[in-house]
Design a binder for this molecule. Structure first.
Ligand SMILES: Cc1cc2nc3c(=O)[nH]c(=O)nc-3n(C[C@H](O)[C@H](O)[C@H](O)COP(=O)(O)OP(=O)(O)OC[C@H]3O[C@@H](n4cnc5c(N)ncnc54)[C@H](O)[C@@H]3O)c2cc1C
Length: 452
């Protein structure tokens, strides 16, 4: 009899676990209550990037003018809404197609644990019950809304209500300056809104390299974004068309709209976890070991629910590793997921991407590292493209030359970081990058230069 696997949640974590396990011969049931493909993935990650791309196209028109072309752009919110919806539809259809082609049974409903090996799905047609040898919990997360805020979906918004909002805000107050907050700041300022960013610390992106954060702050200031640094929002009030965000230092940011970008909370509260003996931590996440197993070893947790790096890429990789582990593939060539080596990107202008060890972290640990930094201003392709902003920074071990990490700020940083991600994951040396015959002219040549 094949291994019976039941998965709750069809985002990148759940659907990847489903596809890989089915390919390896498991009998897989996937229960999803909202959208196969993932609520956070298809209703946050993807639409935010789609809107950023639209803002980028507007900026390209301005750049085209500087390159001798005449062009003008006007934002059409209805077309943008259709574009975002059609991307969601296509990705949803492609995930469903892949799951169905592998024989995964998709159940549309809400999954709940009813015991250590039993899951029910509440569907429109009643309750179905499934017995499982293994269970994967992949229910994701949703935007966090602090107690002092009343979201109205019109002018006081969560991120998920903003793709796009009912109208382009005249003046948007963004609360939170982590990755989502700065992406929203970039997105709406590119689409023509005036933006005030409430930054609770002394720099945006508090956990990133200060040099990287400084480039972004500079870009924001040049575009007229107002930064309220060292200010924590404590109240949001709407009065007609005006939204007031009061901060703990007495300042008040006034805008036409406000969006909250203050993190997310896991979808773990109504899952029946106690019925299966699965523990959660103080924040509601399901703690997992390096195989993504919960304290109940045949119940795995993945994606945002596992409280590890909240990224679609990480969620999908966890799903893959879980499927391989429960199907017994971990004995062969199985590498544990090393979260410290995950590449990540911030889709601002300029783009920011990094991987592996950060310079500040290395110095704090007193580690001896070699740091090389090369600006794009000397790169032929960057000059040809008319955008020589930013730099490549590579951190390596001075004794062995092994690449430990790196940051890239500039055009296509999210693509270029892949080279460093492959190097960091596989223990390649700076010489391996230098000796690669790269394309000319290309932005990637700056990677070889920084490696040499
Ligand atoms: C604004 C924003 C931008 C982002 N941008 C990026 C980015 O650029 N790159 C990146 O890598 N990541 C990005 N992320 C993070 C990424 O979206 C998440 O890390 C990823 O979607 C997590 O995948 P998941 O499978 O855990 O959760 P999800 O994608 O949310 O999928 C979980 C699914 O479980 C379902 N579910 C929940 N409870 C139940 C239940 N009881 N029964 C049945 N189904 C249930 C939900 O409906 C949902 O579809 C972004 C996040 C946000 C908020």
């Amino acid at each position: 009899m094949p291994v019976r696997l039941v998965i709750i949640g069809g985002g990148p974590a759940g659907n990847t676990a489903a596809t890989v396990a089915a390919t390896l011969g498991a009998d897989v049931t996937l229960i999803e209550r909202e959208i196969v493909g993932g609520a956070a993935h298809l209703r946050d990650c993807i639409p935010s990037k789609a809107m950023i791309a639209t803002g980028g196209a507007l900026a390209e028109l301005t750049r085209a003018q500087a390159m001798g072309l005449t062009a003008e752009g006007r934002l059409d919110l209805d077309s943008l809404r259709l574009r975002v919806a059609s991307i969601e539809d296509r990705l949803h259809a492609s995930v469903c197609g892949l799951l169905e082609s592998q024989g995964v049974r998709i159940v549309r409903g809400t999954g709940v644990l009813k015991g250590a090996h039993t899951v029910t799905a509440e569907t429109d047609h009643g309750v179905e019950e499934f017995e499982a040898d293994f269970i994967v919990l992949a229910t994701g997360s949703r935007p966090r809304v602090p107690d002092f805020v009343r979201i109205d979906g019109e002018r006081v918004l969560t991120t998920r209500q903003a793709y796009p909002p009912p109208e382009v805000p005249e003046h948007l107050v963004v609360i939170g300056s982590g990755v989502t907050g700065v992406e929203f700041t970039h997105m709406f300022s590119a689409l023509g809104s005036k933006v005030t960013l409430v930054v609770s610390r002394q720099q945006v992106l508090p956990y990133k390299d200060p040099e990287v954060a400084a480039v972004l702050e500079d870009a924001f200031l040049r575009r007229g974004v107002k930064l309220l640094k060292g200010a924590r929002a404590t109240a949001i009030e709407r009065d007609g068309d005006v939204v007031r965000v009061a901060c703990d230092d007495g300042r008040v940011a006034i805008g036409s709209h406000a969006v909250l970008a203050v993190g997310s909370i896991p979808n773990s509260e109504a899952l029946g976890l106690p019925d299966a003996g699965v523990e959660i931590d103080a924040y509601g996440y399901v703690p997992v070991n390096h195989h993504c197993q919960s304290n109940v070893r045949h119940v795995y947790a993945a994606g945002d629910l596992s409280g590890r790096l909240p990224l679609s890429s990480v969620a999908a990789m966890q799903g893959r590793k879980i499927a391989e582990h429960l199907m017994g593939l971990h004995t062969r060539e199985h590498r544990h997921l090393d979260y410290d080596k995950a590449a990540s990107a911030i889709f601002t202008d300029p783009e920011i991407a990094d991987v592996g060890l950060a310079e500040a972290e290395a110095f704090a640990e007193g580690r001896k590292i070699r740091v090389t930094k090369v600006p794009f201003s000397a790169n032929a392709k960057a000059l040809i493209e008319g955008d020589p902003r930013g730099f490549v920074k590579i951190l390596s071990d001075p004794a062995t030359g092994v690449v430990l990490g790196g940051s890239i700020v500039g055009r296509n940083a999210a693509e270029l970081i892949s080279v460093l991600a492959v190097a960091v994951t596989n223990g390649l040396k700076v010489a391996d990058i230098v000796d690669s015959l790269l394309v000319h002219p290309a932005l990637a040549e700056s990677l070889a230069e920084a490696a040499s």
